[in-house]
Design a protein around this ligand. Sequence first.
Ligand code: FAD
Length: 486
Amino acid sequence: STKALIIGSGIAGIAASIRLAVKGYKVEVYEANAYPGGKLSEIQKDGYRFDAGPSLFTLPQQVEELFALAGKNTPDYFQYTKLPVACHYFWEDGSKIKAFAAVEQFANEVERELGEPKENIHLALENSRFIYDHLAPLFMHKSLHKLSTWTNPDALKSYLKMGKLGIFQTMDEANKRQFENPKLVQLFNRYATYNGSNPYETPATLNIIPHLEFNIGAFFPKKGMHDITLSLYELAKDQGVNFHFDQKVDEILVENGQAMAIRIKEEVIPADLVVNNMDMVNAYKTILSKQKQPKKLLNQPKSSSALIFYWGIERTFPELDLHNIFFSDNYLEEFDHIFHKKEPYKDPTVYINITSTQKPDDAPEGCMNWFTMINVPNNQGQDWDRVIAEAKKNIIHKINRILKTDIEPLIATEEILDPRSIELKTSSAQGALYGNSSNNKFAAFLRHANFSSDIKNLYFCGGSVHPGGGIPLCLLSAKIMTELIS
Ligand code: FAD
């Protein structure tokens, strides 16, 4: 049978391996790390378990589809539940909002707590649904780089609605029109960070994201986020996919304009098809360095990165849930720091993800596992040791002010992930979480295609190529890519 080689076992690489195996390919996956999943991995330390990267699970249908495709029953491999409250929001003035999954309940809460007319919530979420319904078929489910995508009737309908889809205003401008209370504007502006963008620059089209969280839902895998990796890895193996760990690919070998093989040190492994799941920018710099470089794409600004403290906390806080946000008092300044001054702001928005609220064995009894994260600029050679030490102080002060407790003595154990280690562990250019940034109207058009236009039999999937970063889009990239292979 025909042999497909996949470089990288990120979530898109695993999804691609399943899809190709189902299509009848003999699939071999080569992974530089000793474990599958790339960013979607876990950390175990001193009796605590942490999901290392992604913490928010949306569009579980994308995962279900892979099990269905292989003729399997999802719950036999992977189980998840819908969250009754997607997120808990806290401000320093004592305001609190629970983002109930039931939209009416959320709207009531917002009206009661912040005096925002609840119709505004309904209208905003309807607008979000409108964007999703018109853009998803075009931008998320198809290759933008094939003529047929542009000549189908869905595409035509979408062009006609470009204005309403928010291309001509920023997310912040649109949210200021939608909401009266600045706290609501802030809450909805935060969705820009879901793909590492700046709400004061990114087009309002990204208001597509609240639809996923509110109208479709936020979910939690019963065994934690890492189980998305583990269960799909099991499924891939059951489909006959072979995984090779600790195997860093050094080169994709091209002959007569066709990908022929990969090289690992001195070993050449022939292939009928090569799929690259490694970050596109670093792939062109390393394993494709002898090939024509897509310069414009390589020079695009990257999305933001993250600084994460994985803390074992020796106490429980009943007011905290799975997803918690402690908002900055000055969001505009915070983003100006991240995207222009290239350093974190002194009053950062702090996100705390606590899986032990859902899965008690993730922390010892009476304790919590805090994944404490702030958005930070991508790596441009900043003095990260200094930045991290300052940020840690600022984060602790922020949490102390809101929880009215000194949390520092409660920290029993600590691990840190920063833009440097994100790049080191997964080879993402500059440690960006989501590939190129979307701080530009045409960002969607500036992502690398799911195939190479110069090299035959070379395909791309993952967060740095079309349609973009985040688990659902990565899974879609594998789908679009496989559909391009006849
Ligand atoms: P990656 O995970 O980037 O993996 C690529 C793999 O390729 C790695 O395993 C790497 O070792 C391997 N590789 C690279 N070079 C080579 C080589 N030369 N040879 C062999 N193997 C190689 N998404 C969400 O949906 N929700 C979230 O809440 C969320 N939060 C995030 C928080 C953090 C801290 C991070 C880091 C990311 C977050 N994301 C989130 C984004 C999400 O994790 C990524 O978009 C997604 O996991 C990327 O998957 P990928 O398939 O592109 O591959």
